[in-house]
Design a protein around this ligand. Structure first.
Ligand SMILES: [Zn+2]
Length: 223
């Protein structure tokens, strides 16, 4: 089996077939669907956590920060880890639902694409380039689209796994060839589709930014 684990499954507030509206988000929130990102652990020569999850990103009071942190620490504990066991945290893009719990990992090396590090001014971060290896068998792929500085990871083990981040926000977005484009810093549909295609061509399994992982296939819009 590949040395990778979904530590915490983030859910997708709106799938590609749903009409995006504030009411739809309110209904999902009231059901307890808070939209935090998937949190993934890759363990080869070191332990790399990909994204940190943060649910209900519009709610950021001290109680909400605490609740999110506890939730993540408990999810790690369920898999047998403490935050101090994590060597590095890779952030796919600078949205709170993906980096919100970063302060849980003061000892880990924070890593992101060199362009993100520069754009946001992330002084403590290690900036990495397209194709760079951040752990054994784990390579960075720049995947602009959902944001300009977005990056994904490719694990080359028994099977090839793409940890996509939000350039593939969920299975339904991949299937329909759609991008989550409701963010102010949305970058490009054309580049996003090209990034999705490259991820599909490089993987046997895709772990999207939100929702369930799925075996890679070529949907109609790629074929
Ligand atoms: Zn997200």
């Amino acid at each position: 089996m590949p040395p990778i684990k979904l530590i915490k499954q983030g859910n997708c507030t709106l799938e590609a077939i749903e009409n995006p509206s504030p009411l739809a988000i309110d209904i999902k929130y009231s059901l307890g669907i808070g939209g935090g990102s998937n949190v993934i652990l890759i363990e080869t020569d070191r332990r790399v956590l990909v994204d940190t999850g943060f649910e209900y990103e519009s709610r950021q009071g001290p109680g909400d920060l605490d609740r999110n942190e506890k939730h993540l620490i408990r999810a790690l504990a369920d898999c047998g880890y403490t935050p101090d066991d994590i060597d590095a945290v890779f952030i796919t893009h600078w949205h709170l639902d993906h980096f919100g719990n970063l302060r849980v990992f003061p000892k880990a090396e924070p890593i992101a694409s060199s362009s993100l590090v520069e754009e946001v001014g992330l002084e403590d971060f290690t900036g990495v380039d397209d194709g760079e290896e951040i752990a054994e068998k784990v390579k960075v792929m720049f995947t602009p689209g959902h944001t300009r500085e977005h990056a994904s990871l490719l694990l080359d083990s028994a099977i090839r796994v793409a940890v996509a981040g939000d350039v593939i926000v969920s299975l339904s977005y991949f299937d329909k060839g759609k991008l989550w484009k409701y963010n102010q810093d949305f970058y490009s549909i054309e580049e996003g589709l090209s990034s999705m295609k490259r991820l599909a061509e490089s993987s046997d399994l895709i772990i999207p930014g939100h929702g369930l992982p799925f075996l890679t296939y070529l949907p109609e819009w790629i074929r």
